[in-house]
Design a protein around this ligand. Structure first.
Ligand code: SF4
Ligand code: MG
Length: 315
């Protein structure tokens, strides 16, 4: 709720003035229990920072993170550490998050033992169960991360995240480094595990094809702000925001008969330490008009479950 994460930087010619990169700049959204909520946008739009701010890996500058009614930012660091097992993060590159000197068995037992959730014997049993849940076998428990393929390593990090029985799993570009065929295997595994363990996902990705496949609702971010938020069907069938329209027009269509007009965006994403006035998208927007440079559009619910921040839709 009104979440902000501003990183201080030294700015100005003499590097004396204090500037800020407004990586996340006042965004609000709700994630429902047992759904997959996706955050999409180009790299640098603040989606990873949002995920990390929710888990306080980047302490938010302002705002609230309400988890089952409690504001996580009011909780002291020590109690927060106890709550952290309910919220797990899975990254793009499992190689850097899995200790190469630990066997899979140790890697899976470790979170249970650090959180004191199981005895050594129980942890061993849970590791053996969990490895099969992610489609690997018990025989592989004694292997080391380098003995696995990229997709298998991602299965191990999923097992490691789920073994503590979390409620919320934040997946940050979790399949982005994988080949397309492996991607779909991992996505199907994530869908299966979500049902089985009653998980809630925040799925962070730049890939709109992947997002479409598994999300219930999607938020589109640009320069640290939310541009559009809707159910997956509404967003893909009727994108309202010019930025979403451009992103969707760039996805290659599977159906060759479907003619899509590609919207080419002008220029690059502006420097986040020096964002434009008014609408953050105004320098690249094909629909920009005078008001866009002057006034920031409000985030409005244009129709049920379909929010947008653009002057074209304001009364
Ligand atoms: Fe484009 Fe203006 Fe809408 Fe921003 S407010 S997306 S610049 S039309
Ligand atoms: Mg990122």
């Amino acid at each position: 709720k009104n979440l902000k994460k501003h990183f201080p930087i030294k700015g100005g010619v003499l590097k004396r003035t204090q500037g800020y990169v407004k990586a996340v700049d006042d965004i609000s959204f709700a994630v429902k229990e047992n759904e997959t909520f996706s955050l999409v946008g180009e790299s640098g739009c603040g989606k990873s920072t949002t995920g990390r701010a929710i888990l306080r890996l980047h302490e938010p500058t302002e705002g609230e993170v309400l988890f089952k009614g409690d504001n996580l930012l009011d909780v002291g660091k020590r109690s927060f550490r106890l709550m952290r097992k309910d919220m797990q993060l899975i990254f793009q590159d499992p190689f850097s998050s899995l200790n190469p000197r630990m066997t899979v068995k140790k890697l899976l037992m470790e979170p249970l033992l650090t959180h004191k959730l199981a005895t050594k014997k129980e942890a061993e049993q849970k590791a053996a169960n969990m490895i099969e849940k992610v489609g690997l076998s018990k025989e592989q428990l004694d292997c080391y991360p380098h003995e696995f393929s990229g997709g298998q390593r991602q299965r191990i990090s999923i097992a490691r995240a789920l073994i503590v029985n979390p409620k919320l799993v934040i997946l940050d570009e979790a399949v982005s480094a994988l080949d397309v065929s492996i991607q779909s295997q991992i996505l199907n595994l994530l869908i299966k595990l979500q049902q089985e363990f009653h998980l809630t996902y925040i799925f962070i990705s730049h890939d709109l094809n992947v997002v479409k496949h598994l999300s219930d609702r999607v938020g589109v971010m640009y320069l640290g702000q939310m541009m559009e938020l809707a159910t997956t069907d509404k967003l893909y069938e009727n994108p309202l925001h010019p930025y979403t329209q451009a992103l969707l027009s760039a996805i290659p269509s599977i159906d060759p008969k479907e003619k899509k007009e590609r919207v080419i965006l002008q220029g690059d994403v502006p420097d986040p330490s020096d964002p434009p006035t008014g609408c953050p998208f105004q320098l690249r927007c094909p629909m920009a008009h005078e008001r866009c440079a002057e006034e920031k559009p409000r985030f409005i619910e244009k129709e049920e479950d379909h929010w947008v921040a653009c002057h074209l839709y304001e009364e």
